[in-house]
Each structure stands twice: as structure tokens, then as C-alpha cells.
Write a protein that binds this ligand. Structure first.
Ligand SMILES: CC(C)(COP(=O)(O)OP(=O)(O)OC[C@H]1O[C@@H](n2cnc3c(N)ncnc32)[C@H](O)[C@@H]1OP(=O)(O)O)[C@@H](O)C(=O)NCCC(=O)NCCS
Length: 187
């Protein structure tokens, strides 16, 4: 990209609907969590590639809480929107709901944030992407929240790295008291 371009949030917003068929079920008869994660990855890619107009990879996924079980026969609807963009990365916010056709009840299933990075198809190196045109207050709010999440995640990564480096297990053994574990070291 020679000159910086900007694209509206709405231009890449994506909706995906998928019927929950019997072979998506787990041993308990409910839809397997992995099926939902796979659909989330698919819509994250579609939304990100549509904004960047180039090949993208999934760099990270925030925690995904499953709020309600999804039944076979329900219709799953996923909504995705680019919340924040950096130089080559995008935070895609995803909301998933399931709908029971019989009674029209719609349940929230999960929400998550995927960080997608635009890369050159040959070199696989990150490439610059267009900025976002923020046309509504909610888009400004999501962009600012995306900036905060990026900062907090980096801070958390740095803190965790330092804590792991400094971890001395002999000194920390007392912290296992009252935990649901048993020490059975052979060495
Ligand atoms: C994601 C990837 C392209 C980043 O490459 P890199 O050489 O580390 O690139 P950089 O450090 O220059 O980072 C590029 C951008 O990605 C972001 N990024 C890199 N790793 C990240 C992570 N783990 N989480 C969130 N963002 C990340 C950086 O913040 C940066 O964003 P910006 O350009 O908007 O400022 C590279 O790690 C990769 O290809 N990973 C494998 C992706 C993949 O195969 N996914 C499918 C898994 S099955």
C-alpha cells in the first residue's frame, strides 16, 4: 500500500449462519465446542481478509466462555466486526447466538476477540493494512477498547514471562497447601 487508506467498519462486517446438524454433536448430544470455535475462526478470517483485502492468519484468540449449550437442530448465527487495527493486525470482535426454531428463543452462546494479522502470501511477513473509518460512537468505543485490550495483553505477557523466569519451585512449595494436588515427586 503506497498511501494510507481507510475503510469503514461496516464494509467488512460479516454474518454467518449455520444449522447445527447431528454430526456436530459430542458424546453428550450437544454441539461440540470445537465446531463453534472453528466457525468463529472462519468468520474472523472472512471479516479480517475483507477489511485487509489480503491473506490473514490467526495470531491469537482471547478466552472463549461458553455461556449456554447449543442443541442439534438450532441455528447458530455469528456476527463479526473489525474493532481495532494496528499496522498489520486487526482485532475482530465476534458474537455468537443460537436460535431454537420451535419457540424462537435466541440464546447468547459466546463472544470473543480474535487477533488476525495480514501477511504477504509468499514471504508470510506482516503487511500494512488500511485504517478504520469510525462512523458511529459504538465504533469509536470498540476501537478504544481494542487499544486497551492490546495494551493489557502485552502487559500480561510481559509480567507472566518475568514471573516464569523468576519461579523457584522449592521456595513456592508452601503455596500448594490447600490446593487440590498431592506431591509425589520421585526426585
Ligand atoms: C502472527 C505472525 C504473522 C506475526 O509475525 P511476527 O513476525 O511476530 O510479526 P511482528 O512481531 O512484526 O507482529 C506483527 C503484528 O502482529 C501482532 N502480533 C504478533 N503476535 C501476536 C500475538 N500473539 N497476539 C496478538 N498480536 C500479535 C503484533 O502486535 C503486530 O501488530 P501491528 O502490526 O498491528 O503493530 C506470526 O507469528 C505467524 O505467522 N504466526 C502463525 C500464525 C498461524 O499460522 N496461525 C494459524 C494457527 S493454526
Amino acid at each position: 500500500m503506497s498511501e494510507q487508506e481507510y475503510r469503514p467498519v461496516k464494509a467488512s462486517q460479516t454474518t454467518l449462519k449455520e444449522l447445527m446438524v447431528p454430526h456436530y454433536a459430542n458424546f453428550g448430544g450437544k454441539v461440540h465446542g470445537g465446531v463453534i470455535l472453528s466457525l468463529m475462526d472462519k468468520i474472523a478470517y472472512t471479516c479480517a481478509a475483507s477489511h485487509a483485502r489480503c491473506y490473514c492468519v490467526t495470531a491469537s484468540i482471547d478466552s472463549v466462555d461458553f455461556l449456554n449449550p447449543v442443541e442439534v437442530g438450532e441455528l447458530l448465527t455469528l456476527h463479526a466486526s473489525v474493532n481495532y487495527v494496528g499496522r498489520s493486525s486487526m482485532e475482530v470482535g465476534i458474537k455468537v447466538v443460537s436460535e431454537d426454531f420451535h419457540n424462537g428463543v435466541v440464546k447468547p452462546t459466546n463472544t470473543s476477540y480474535f487477533t488476525m494479522v495480514a501477511v504477504d502470501e509468499e514471504t508470510r511477513k506482516p503487511v500494512q493494512i488500511p485504517g478504520l473509518v469510525l462512523e458511529e460512537d459504538v465504533e469509536v468505543k470498540r476501537f478504544l477498547e481494542g487499544m486497551m485490550r492490546r495494551k493489557f495483553k502485552q502487559h500480561h505477557r510481559d509480567e507472566m514471562k518475568a514471573a516464569r523466569k523468576a519461579l523457584d519451585i522449592e521456595k513456592e512449595l508452601h503455596k500448594l497447601d490447600g490446593q487440590n494436588c498431592q506431591l509425589a515427586r520421585t526426585r
